[in-house]
Each structure stands twice: as C-alpha cells, then as structure tokens.
Design a protein around this ligand. Structure first.
Ligand code: OAD
Length: 239
C-alpha cells in the first residue's frame, strides 16, 4: 500500500495549504519566495518566510488523518508513505517509513559544503543561520520551485508507486510534477487509485474511487469500511 499526501492532509491541523486562499504570506505567493533565485536575491526575506512557517507548524498537532496513516503503517506489512509536505507532522504522528519528496522545514543545509543538520529551534535567532562547520549561509533543506528533487528520493518514490497495489492520494492538488505523476505510475502498474480531497483535481478522473471531503473524516470512513489488504488482526484502532 502506498500513500501520497499533500498540504490538504495537514489543513485540519491548521497548516495553510499552498493554493488555498490562506496560502499567502505578507502578500507574497509561496511560488515567489520558495525559489533559489529569491533566496540569493533576499535571503533575509526568504528566511523570514520560513521562520514564520516553522513557528506556525510548531504550534500544530498531527490530526486524525496523520494518526490513521501511522496506524496503517504499523498494521500493513508493505506500506510506504510519500509526502510532499515539509511540516514533519506525519513523523510527529508516528510514521516512520516516510519519503519526504520536498524535504523538511526542520532540516537546514549548508549552501557552501552541503552538510545537513536538524534544527528545531522556534523561533530561529534573528541572525541568518550559518553552517556549524564552514560558517557559510544555511538554507532550509526543502525543494524550491526552481529546483529538482533529489534523484535518490525520487527514485525511491517511483519504485514504491510502481509496486503499489493500492494507492491513496490525500489532500494534494496534483498540479506539481513529478509528485503528481506518481499516482499515474501506480495506475499503469495496476494499482487501485483512491483520492481523498474535497475538491476535484486533474487526477480525479483516473481514480477508481474518489472520496470528496476532508482527510480526517474520509480516511476514517475508508479505513473502517474498506480494507483492501484483508482482515486486520485486532481491527484498526481509531482514536
Ligand atoms: P496545494 O495547496 O496545491 O493543494 C492542497 C489540496 O488539498 C487541494 O487540492 C485542496 O482541495 C485539498 N484540501 C484542502 N483541505 C483539505 C482537507 N481538509 N482534506 C483533504 N484535502 C484538502 O498543496 P499540494 O498539492 O501539497 O511544493 O502542493 C504540492 C506542492 O506544491 C507542495 O509540496 C509545494 C507546493 O508549492 C514545493 O514547495 C516544492
């Protein structure tokens, strides 16, 4: 079983989606700030944007959808969660086998030597973060709009999608490649595609099942009603 999640999965935790009406920060669209070009032209502004996002996410808790997915991982032998989210809420809910396609807000990367390290401080100090080893400017270890995904991470996601028997696609507008192509890879390889989203997406017509509604409610009812892998020992714990 493979799951692909997007920003909608964290919406009920209070994390704004990218393309929703709440996606703006100080009248900037994320597409204008989340680029390497924006970073080098104004690192202070881009770090202010990421500091705001880190502070916001730090106040959010995983929701029922995150917890159900962590529970599925424990109960389904062959399970892979691929997320486009950088908020770390899947891991906070207990997910372990997670592919973070777009990186993480909680990891920084040196623009000089490339070293990565975890930094969970909120707020970050006012001065721009620098590498502990070479003192070069640090950046968020996320994939920006003008950047490619890490090849090894993309390869792992493509491989998981290609071997899926069931793929759940939750809370993504399915507009951003290559993530949006993963469900189609799964479909071509024979997987059953299930979409959970309150709004239609370009993927909807390719799905075997579409659940229109919020992730928490829809995933709960899907899990309760439909277990494509067969009966689960002890039943699912829905908290
Ligand atoms: P988007 O903001 O594009 O889409 C969010 C989706 O979540 C929409 O389709 C909404 O209908 C849906 N949604 C809203 N509330 C929901 C809820 N309660 N339950 C379920 N779904 C809900 O976010 P992504 O598809 O994740 O990339 O965006 C993909 C990528 O584009 C992001 O990872 C980011 C972005 O710009 C990078 O930063 C590289």
């Amino acid at each position: 079983m493979v799951v692909l999640t997007g920003a909608g999965t964290s919406a009920e935790s209070g994390v704004p989606t990218f393309r929703g009406s709440d996606g703006l920060w100080r009248n900037h669209r994320p597409e204008d700030l989340a680029t390497e070009r924006a970073f080098w032209s104004d690192p202070q502004l881009v770090w202010q944007f990421y500091t705001w996002r880190r502070d916001l996410v730090a106040k959010c808790l995983p929701n029922l959808a995150h917890r159900l997915l962590a529970d599925l991982e424990r109960r389904v032998g062959d399970f892979c969660l691929i997320t486009q989210n950088v908020d770390g809420l899947h891991q906070a809910a207990g997910s372990q086998r997670t592919i973070e396609l777009h990186g993480s807000l909680w990891t920084l990367r040196c623009t000089g030597c490339g070293q990565r390290w975890e930094d969970r401080r909120t707020p970050l100090p006012d001065s721009l973060p620098v590498c502990p080893t070479c003192s070069a400017l640090a950046r968020p270890d996320v994939v920006w709009f003008d950047e490619a995904l890490q090849p090894s991470i993309l390869a792992a996601a493509v491989s998981a999608a290609g071997s899926a028997r069931t793929m759940l696609v939750i809370g993504t507008s399915a507009l951003v490649m290559p993530a949006a192509g993963l469900p189609l890879i799964a479909k071509r390889a024979g997987a059953r595609l299930v979409e959970i989203n309150p709004a239609p997406t370009p993927l909807s017509d390719h799905c075997d099942e579409v659940l229109r509604g919020p992730a928490t409610e829809m995933l709960k009812s899907w899990v309760e009603r439909f277990a494509p892998w067969g009966a689960l020992p002890g039943g699912l714990v829905l908290t």
